[in-house]
Design a protein around this ligand. Structure first.
Ligand SMILES: Nc1ncnc2c1ncn2[C@@H]1O[C@H](COP(=O)(O)OP(=O)(O)OP(=O)(O)O)[C@@H](O)[C@H]1O
Ligand SMILES: [Mg+2]
Length: 478
């Protein structure tokens, strides 16, 4: 997949994702508006019912009182009694609000007549007409019927006195008077117009939370869906990039390997050609030198093939250690002996610093030797000066420490994290052509891990690098 196609896919998916998110936000906002409207309608209906009930209760009480008065009153008023009896009968049949309002109007006229005849015309203050507990109970019952289960505050406001005559708790006085926040309902619509001065006001302090609480399910599902899409998108994109990088690394490796194998093969075939050529006179020395060239190049080929094969074995998880008691000093000495000539051919030197004569750990001899060789090979290879390598062995708390320090090109902090990855090689551009497969340190780390040991690197660019291996004793000293 080329870079342009990947970028096009990423941009398209990002735009589609953002579009989807915008649509979701739009739908959720719509849903909130609908819920708010529903809430307002339910509150309207519930409180209208409350108002209706309050008025009905007052009316029924008034009619009852009139009946009692009439019973005690002189006979001239007996005719009103019949009106009242009629009223009571009708009153008990009232069900809807419309019917009630019609009745209240008639009743008001009747009341006026009664007041006129009896001289009882006086205005009862609103505090005496309604009672806080009653209103509260009625509101609670009605709101419950409409499924509104959230805290509320109410008050009764009298216009003439310009004050909140009754209030549930006294909290939120400003909110109750703020028409945008609260809902207002006329109390006693049956009163004569000039006396329509009492209003029941209700305010819900937690209205927004209540509306949202009804939408939690929707919100959470939306969030989970969006998060799932974003995470999957991220994983897909990073997988594409990782695969792309991997295929580049693999291509590099194959090119590199072909090149590395080609050199010794052509050297060997040239030497063979020369040996076969009858025109070239061969003294014993020339003959031997050709043979040793073939031998050396053959060994190089073998080493390279082994390295690749070993990585394949590691990958399959088929590596088995042949653990035995081995002397770390002896192993390090062997490795140094093998690499010494290479270092010296570059004008370099290897220094040894062993604090003890022998240090035994339980380890696989062959693999441990390879580990030290790999590190010494790197210390010698990644160096533009004359290599000076210091190898130390010391006894630590529960194991052996092997330290390999060089004065080479160093490794940057970011690369230090990657050098143990398979096939990773620090890019050096075309300036320095250090040969290698990027398999050495990956193998080293795998072997040290298998021994339950540890490998650390510390390095400074252009100054040098130190690798430190810790190998536990095994069950010898523990
Ligand atoms: N002592 C060192 N100094 C500087 N850079 C180092 C040193 N050791 C390793 N590196 C960097 O780490 C990279 C990985 O090392 P590693 O030994 O795994 O691979 P390699 O040496 O490139 O190939 P090979 O598989 O042949 O060992 C190297 O390419 C090199 O850039
Ligand atoms: Mg190496």
């Amino acid at each position: 997949m080329n870079k342009k196609l990947i970028i096009t896919i990423i941009i398209t998916m990002t735009i589609a994702l953002m579009g989807l998110m915008i649509i979701q936000v739009y739908w959720i906002r719509n849903a909130v508006t609908v819920k708010e409207a529903n809430f307002a309608i339910s509150v309207d209906e519930a409180i209208s019912n409350v108002v209706f009930k309050i008025e009905k209760i007052e009316m029924s009480e008034r009619l009852k009182k009139q009946m009692e008065n009439v019973a005690k009153s002189p006979s001239s008023l007996k005719m009103l009694d019949s009106i009242n009896k009629l009223s009571l009968k009708e009153f008990s049949k009232l069900n809807t609000r419309d019917e009630f309002e019609k009745f209240a109007n008639q009743s008001f006229l009747t009341q006026q007549a009664i007041d006129r005849i009896m001289g009882t015309k006086k205005e009862t203050p609103i505090e005496k007409r309604v009672n806080k507990v009653l209103i509260d109970t009625l509101i609670a019952i009605e709101l419950d019927k409409y499924g509104i289960k959230t805290q509320y505050e109410f008050g009764v406001f009298n216009i003439t006195r310009n004050s909140m005559v009754i209030q549930k708790t006294g909290a939120y006085p400003d909110m109750l008077l703020n028409q945008k926040e609260s809902s207002t309902y006329l109390l006693f619509a049956g009163d004569v117009r000039s006396r329509r001065e009492n209003y029941l006001i209700i305010y819900f302090p937690n209205k927004q939370q209540f509306i949202f609480s009804q939408m939690y399910g929707l919100l959470i599902v939306s969030l989970i869906l969006v998060a799932t899409i974003i995470v999957s998108f991220y994983i897909s994109v990073s997988t594409i990039f990782r695969q792309k990088k991997l295929s580049e690394v693999k291509n590099d490796f194959i090119n590199n390997m072909t090149h590395e194998f080609k050199t010794p093969i052509s050297t060997i075939s040239l030497a063979c050609e020369a040996l076969k050529d009858k025109d070239i006179s061969k003294t014993e020395t020339i003959y031997n030198s050709y043979i040793s060239i073939i031998d050396e190049e053959n060994l190089r080929l073998k080493g390279m093939a082994e390295k690749v094969l070993q990585t394949a074995i590691l990958e399959k998880g088929e590596l088995k250690l042949k653990n035995e008691w081995v002397d770390v000093i002896e192993i390090v000495n062997q490795a140094v002996k093998k690499i010494k000539l290479q270092v010296e051919s570059k004008g370099g030197r290897i220094f040894k610093d062993f604090q003890i004569e022998s240090l035994k750990v339980k380890a696989d001899r062959m693999h441990l030797t390879n580990v030290v060789l790999n590190l010494l090979d790197n210390a010698n290879k990644y160096n533009l000066k004359e290599p000076e390598i210091l190898i130390s062995v010391l006894e630590a708390d529960a194991g052996a420490l092997i330290r390999i320090q060089d004065n080479g090109i160093g490794i940057s902090k970011t690369d230090q994290k990657k050098i143990f990855d398979k096939l990773y090689r620090v890019p050096t551009g075309n300036v320095h052509n250090f040969k290698g497969f990027g398999l050495g340190l990956n193998y080293v780390k795998a072997i040290i891990d298998k021994h339950e040991g540890r490998i650390d690197v510390s390095s400074e660019l252009d100054k040098g690098t130190t690798f430190e291996i810790f190998l536990p004793f095994g069950d010898l000293k523990s």
